[in-house]
Design a protein around this ligand. Structure first.
Ligand SMILES: CC(C)(COP(=O)(O)OP(=O)(O)OC[C@H]1O[C@@H](n2cnc3c(N)ncnc32)[C@H](O)[C@@H]1OP(=O)(O)O)[C@@H](O)C(=O)NCCC(=O)NCCS
Length: 177
């Protein structure tokens, strides 16, 4: 039997919608924008994920080979999904996505290794959730491996609550609207 996912009663946020610009902890100017399918942002994301350290893969994503990166990106950059990208000049430093399922959206977030621990992940997830709030998304969930301390800390800080802790993956949930 399928288990009902539990969501917090109260909405998190409010979160500011992109575009958002800030200086990270390494004094780099970072701009977070909604993904633009026209132009070369797609190729910049392929470059980011080709450079992504396989040791930081979460539940098998991003895939390793360029061909598989492209087919994975084709799925999550679909117009039904919500995508935001953190830019350092024209280099993609991070990317976060909300992918719809039956009645909610599944979240995933990736920050390129050389940009981690500088506050970009926090701004990126806030901007994604701001985009979600502005787009009337009501419920967001995700799964995360419990040993992924950086991600679990980030999600808790934003307001995600654990909705299922029965396996090695935690399921976490957040209400947006
Ligand atoms: C999780 C991830 C997106 C965080 O991005 P980031 O830019 O490093 O995040 P921030 O610098 O904003 O840090 C956010 C919080 O995470 C925690 N954190 C970050 N790196 C950490 C680390 N290596 N160990 C423990 N906690 C860490 C801190 O609590 C931090 O909050 P603080 O800055 O207020 O102290 C990034 O580590 C990443 O891309 N990891 C690989 C992919 C992944 O696991 N994605 C999540 C699963 S889909």
């Amino acid at each position: 039997m399928k288990r009902e996912r539990l969501y917090p009663d109260d909405p998190a946020g409010p979160f500011d919608a992109p575009t958002v610009e800030f200086e990270d902890r390494e004094e780099r100017t970072i701009e977070i924008r909604v993904y633009d399918p026209d132009g070369d942002e797609y190729e910049r994301l392929v470059e980011m994920y080709t450079e992504f350290d396989p040791a930081d893969r979460a539940q098998g994503i991003p895939p390793g080979r360029e061909e598989r990166i492209r087919s994975w990106l084709d799925t999550i950059l679909d117009s039904e999904c919500l995508n935001v990208v953190a830019w350092h000049g024209d280099e993609a430093a991070g990317h976060a996505t909300l992918v719809p399922d039956e009645d909610a959206y599944e979240l995933a977030i990736f920050v390129l290794q050389k940009y981690q621990r500088a506050g970009i992940g926090t701004h990126l997830i806030e901007a994604l959730l701001g985009h979600g709030q502005a787009s009337d998304v009501e419920k967001v969930w995700l799964t995360v491996e419990r040993w992924n301390r950086a991600a679990v800390a980030l999600y808790k800080k934003i307001g995600f609550e654990t909705s299922n802790a029965e396996s090695f993956e935690l399921e976490m949930a957040l209400r947006l609207n």
